[in-house]
Ligand binder design. Structure first.
Ligand code: IPM
Ligand code: MN
Length: 352
């Protein structure tokens, strides 16, 4: 019996999560596994109502689940940083979800802005470190608001944190078993000569344990160029938290947009959390036009991670049949179907 915590969150989050849960119910019936969900009312509305972002007791409860299924965080009436840091980043950090896994995969029938590129060209994964770097919130102000103001924001990189991420990426690359067998470290060793020297040395050392995988390196700016020019070059990328944040938005665009891009915040030894990587899209809330496929793909990743790989693969196949033959566009309002109709199409495709 799997225990799954559900955080619909803000904006369109609850709508897309509802479609994911529909697909979960149908998949569980076919694959014959059992689960129970518990819903958590967290996000901007709750904060505006009660002043509470994430009670300590909720964090301790969430640890007890096999996985967390998250819709979206971000509310137009809440100042920037409150929910992002207080909820999303706090969960990533406190649950030690040190991997952010983001597949960049163009499904059949999905438009990419890259001319002459197809599904055979765009199929790689980004392993983003998820607990360190500029995201730790180390820094401060001096003489704030004066002409002499100083603002410092530090990138923290630990040997342990880098090594566990790099090792996980090598394992993931091996498990993908893509014919390229290539893990590319994406960093900026020519400028960040302390932090990324640590990344570089760690990567070289760990690579000795993986002679079956090519240990490759790109500077992050060059990576952005290649992702657009030659995405077929990549198999698996491992990178820092900040660079991973940026290049995975680029990745989402080349795979067809935020409507289809999913990710997992993974603690390989603990509780992981899965989410569509786009935001809460407040302007579409309640209209039934948002694309639920990213959330459904996040559910597939969730199942894969908790040990239901067959169920995850079944959902991914159903999504691919829906993108190939039904949904016209990945963009909100242009799918040719409503949010819940797209969910129904995926359910209908599960038996395929
Ligand atoms: C993401 C988001 C978050 C991040 C924000 C909302 C804090 O952009 O998941 O990529 O920067 O990690
Ligand atoms: Mn981001």
């Amino acid at each position: 019996m799997y225990k799954i915590a559900v955080i619909g969150g803000d904006g369109t989050g609850p709508e897309v999560v509802a479609e994911g849960l529909k697909v979960l119910a149908a998949t569980a019936a076919i694959e014959g596994f059992q689960y129970e969900c518990r819903h958590y009312d967290l996000g901007g509305d709750r904060y505006l109502r009660t002043g509470e972002v994430l009670p300590d007791s909720a964090v301790d409860e969430l640890r007890q689940f096999h996985a967390i299924y998250l819709g979206a965080i971000g509310h137009p009436d809440v100042p920037p940083g409150v929910l992002e840091k207080g909820l999303l980043l706090r969960l990533r950090f406190e649950l030690d979800q040190y991997i952010n896994l983001r597949p960049v995969k163009l499904y059949p029938g999905v438009d990419t802005p890259l001319k002459d590129k197809g599904p055979e060209d765009i199929d790689f994964t980004v392993v983003r470190e998820n607990t360190e770097d500029l995201y730790v919130g180390a820094g401060g102000f001096m003489k704030k608001g004066t002409p002499d103001e100083v603002a410092v924001q530090e990138s923290i990189n630990t040997r342990k944190g880098v090594e566990r991420c790099v090792r996980w990426a090598f394992e993931h690359c091996r498990r993908r078993n893509n014919p390229k067998h290539r893990l590319t470290l994406v960093a900026k060793t020519n400028v960040l000569t302390y932090a990324h020297d640590l990344w570089w040395r760690t990567f070289q050392e760990v690579s000795k344990e993986y002679s079956d995988i090519e240990a490759d390196y790109n500077h992050v700016d060059a990576c952005c160029m290649w992702m657009v020019k030659n995405p077929e070059y990549y198999d698996t990328i491992v990178t820092t938290n900040m660079f991973g944040d940026i290049i995975t938005d680029l990745g989402a665009m080349i795979q067809g947009g935020m409507g289809i891009a999913a990710g997992g915040n993974i603690n390989p030894e603990g509780t992981s959390m899965f989410e569509p990587i786009g935001g809460s899209a407040p302007k579409y809330t309640g209209k039934g036009v948002i694309n639920p496929l990213a959330a459904i793909c996040a559910l597939a990743m969730l199942l894969d991670t908790i040990g239901e790989a067959k169920a995850g693969a079944r959902i991914e196949k159903a999504v691919q049949s829906v993108t190939a033959t039904k949904v016209k566009s990945m963009s909100a309002g242009k799918m040719g179907y409503s949010t819940s109709e797209v969910g129904d199409l995926v359910v209908a495709g599960l038996e395929g």
